[in-house]
Ligand binder design. Structure first.
Ligand SMILES: [Zn+2]
Length: 274
């Protein structure tokens, strides 16, 4: 049986030890996502400067693969618009982010990563920053469409209206909606199924079970950050295996688990997990 965490970070707290814990609890596959540029000690002034972060991440994922099967997701976090924009101007920041997404796309083409990450700020921003952020996200969808990969999204809190709007932007780029993954999703499986975007359900409380009651079109994640200042945030590395095993105890079959941890993942990311 496979147990997959769809969105986790390794930063500077437990690093590979977090994956040892994940494995011990039953975890087999993990999607490791880049953090913000500042976590890598860089202040990008051009898209190319993100290469340093991507290369560091790919090295980390190579090491991670000695423990479990790990896939790299290369992101340009939507909050970069604020961090870079305050110093360089928001238009320049958006251009840097688009260039960085092009580079992330190149890495996917080279087989070094399986997906890219984009989105739009989860906090209130000016109209200009919101418009630019939507442009950056549209660009991410275009890059993913061109290289044939998935996009993980970090966005504002879930509402039907917001995912419908994101789906409209994705459609403009021509990317298949099941390749657009809303990270940190609530268990609103039916709404996501209707709209077409794929939910990566955050394994908090009884979210995983609540999702299972509604359907099997979802994946599961911890958004583990691996930050010594916030140990165990958002959820600890053992959480997904624990929650998935709870499903089995509640009477859900191994086939059900394979659907959310393998079939859905293979479909979204276009990978073969065997
Ligand atoms: Zn995250």
């Amino acid at each position: 049986m496979l147990i997959t965490d769809d969105h986790m970070h390794l930063y500077k707290y437990k690093r590979e030890k977090a994956l040892e814990e994940f494995k011990k609890a039953g975890g087999t596959h993990v999607f490791l996502v880049t953090l913000l540029s500042k976590h890598y000690g860089i202040f990008p002034r051009k898209g190319d400067d993100f290469r340093q972060m991507f290369d560091a991440h790919i090295k980390l994922v190579e090491k991670a693969n000695k423990i479990v099967k790990a896939y790299a997701v290369l992101g340009v976090h939507p909050a970069e618009i604020t961090i870079l924009g305050e110093k360089l101007g928001y238009k320049v920041a958006a251009d840097i982010m688009k260039d960085a997404l092009d580079i992330a796309g190149n890495y996917v083409e080279m087989g070094k990563a399986v997906a890219i990450k984009s989105g739009r700020p989860h906090y209130r921003v000016s109209e200009e920053v919101w418009r630019l952020s939507n442009e950056v996200m549209l660009h991410a969808f275009k890059v993913a469409k061109d290289v044939g990969c998935a996009v993980q999204l970090h966005t504002e809190s879930f509402s039907r209206k917001s995912i419908e709007e994101i789906a409209r932007i994705a459609r403009k780029a021509g990317i298949k909606l099941y390749r657009v993954v809303k990270h940190f999703s609530p268990p609103a499986i039916d709404v996501f199924e209707e709209v077409g975007i794929f939910p990566s359900v955050i394994a908090m409380g009884d979210n995983v079970l609540k999702a299972a009651i509604t359907g099997d079109r979802y994946t599961v994640e911890t958004d583990y950050i691996d930050d010594p200042d916030r140990p165990g945030a958002v959820l600890g590395p053992k959480t997904v295996p624990k929650k998935v095993k709870e499903l089995l105890k509640m009477g859900y079959s191994e086939d059900f688990v394979m659907k959310i941890c393998k079939d859905n993942i293979e479909k979204i990311y276009g990978i073969d997990m065997d």
